[in-house]
Write a protein that binds this ligand. Structure first.
Ligand code: SF4
Ligand code: SF4
Length: 426
């Protein structure tokens, strides 16, 4: 909870490479992520990120069950934070129940009011931070203080804050039980070797209360003392002793509380524990199964390929568009001229001066309207005239041009130009 919420609340305040560490600048259509700038042309990375996230979920679920639900899902993490604030203001479970059942007196008003005040402040801060991922957060502070927030920023800040307050404060596990689609299909990824949280019925049954130190063999009892603490701490309100259920979000709260009970009773820990179906039946758990190997292989391939492509990514884009209004022009000296617009996108964070050459086409002349100089992150268009000798092949000539940054030759792009030529004579 501290790690993930820390990331959420701190990241927008950090600056990496001159930009906010994570900023999705939608109006400018640029994403800044940890020093890298992504353009709409880099959409492929978003696609690979989403596919990797899906595959990771399959892989982790097949290997270790609902780890995502119990430890990393925003619903779980924010609910945990809200529960913490509830404990600060209203105390532990028994005290809360007593407070709920009691009359509305000053203490109850102060405790309940304090809780909601904390929740609302935290939810509004969450909404503000969320908007801070889309609008530079420092600018946003100024806008809030000067009451000049835009309508969309106001709407999303309040909407996200309100959703946090409602989901984490009131709906809680109802979201997991009735709204989350993942809970519906995760069982398809489970097998008998998947890590699950399970009650060891062979050790716990027959359950029943007893005094500490009493001889359970003589009483004919197992290790479960029927204290029902595992049910009381369960955020989804299920009894894990009835077996694995769809509502279980694998938060492990029942493990912790049962281990405490076992410690008090001087029984070995692990009556409720992480285990697998095979292990519970006395068999051996197989970690390396075909589905695990396939998921891991696909994931490695995808992540490796994406990283390789990002490392070798050239921060330059160039499009050459032929002037459609003219076929070609015949010039003195038996030269044929085609006119183009060259659109260059400098996706780098520094200015560049580019050079356009015709590569191996020695007889080709290039005439530029102005030097190809672009500021960081600038998009600009230039007129390019390409002249070829008339004796080049008739019809359409395909030319390979090379665009290179003068100061950094590794930044280069090959551009294909199609030049129209007059038909062959005779
Ligand atoms: S916490 Fe442990 S001992 Fe208590 S009821 Fe649950 S399984 Fe039994
Ligand atoms: S059964 Fe245990 S692990 Fe599952 S949701 Fe309840 S407390 Fe969490």
């Amino acid at each position: 909870m501290y790690g993930l919420l820390g990331l959420f609340y701190v990241l927008p305040w950090l600056t990496v490479g001159g930009h906010q560490a994570v900023l999705f600048d939608l109006p400018a259509r640029k994403f800044y992520i940890l020093g890298l700038t992504f353009w709409p042309q880099d959409f492929i990375y978003l696609a690979t990120l989403l596919i990797s996230a899906g595959l990771s979920l399959f892989f982790v679920t097949a290997l270790a069950g609902r780890l995502w639900c119990g430890y990393a899902c925003p619903q779980t993490v924010w609910t945990e934070a809200f529960l913490l604030m509830e404990r600060w203001t209203e105390g532990h479970r028994q005290r809360r129940m007593k407070l709920d059942a009691g009359p509305w007196n000053t203490e109850k008003i102060l405790r309940k009011g304090g809780k909601h005040l904390l929740w609302i402040a935290f939810a509004m801060w969450t909404g503000f931070t969320f908007v801070g991922f889309f609008t530079p957060i420092r600018e946003l502070v100024g806008n809030v203080l000067s009451l000049s927030l835009g309508p969309w920023e106001t709407f999303w800040g309040i909407f996200y804050g309100f959703a946090t307050y409602g989901n984490a404060g009131f709906l809680r596990e109802q979201v997991c039980k009735y709204m989350c689609p993942y809970a519906r299909f995760q069982s398809a990824m489970f097998d008998k070797d998947t890590l699950i949280i399970s009650y060891d019925a062979s050790r716990g049954e027959p359950r029943g209360s007893r005094r500490k130190g009493s001889d359970i063999k003589q009483l004919g009892l197992g290790n479960c003392i029927s204290c029902t603490l595992c049910v009381q701490v369960c955020p989804t309100g299920i009894d894990i002793r009835e077996g694995l259920q769809i509502e279980c979000i694998a938060c492990a709260a029942c493990i912790d509380v049962c281990d405490q009970v076992m410690d008090k009773m001087d029984y070995p820990r692990g009556l409720i524990r992480y285990t697998t179906d095979h292990a519970l039946q006395g068999g051996k758990t197989r970690v390396l199964r075909p589905r695990i190997v396939i998921y891991a292989g696909l994931l490695l391939l995808l992540i490796g390929g994406t990283l390789w492509s990002m490392i070798h990514r050239v921060p330059l884009r160039a499009d050459l568009i032929r002037d459609r209004n003219a076929l070609y022009r015949e010039l003195p000296g038996d030269m044929i001229e085609n006119v183009y617009t060259l659109k260059i996108t400098n996706m780098d964070d520094v200015n560049h001066l580019y050079r356009l050459t015709a590569g191996q086409h020695g007889a080709v002349e290039l005439d530029l309207s102005r030097p190809l100089e672009l500021a960081a992150n600038e998009v600009a268009g230039f007129t390019v005239r390409i002249r070829l000798p008339r004796d080049s092949a008739a019809g359409v000539q395909k030319l390979q041009l090379l665009l290179v940054a003068e100061d950094e030759p590794a930044i280069r792009k090959t551009i294909l130009a199609r030049a129209l030529m007059p038909p062959a004579e005779g």
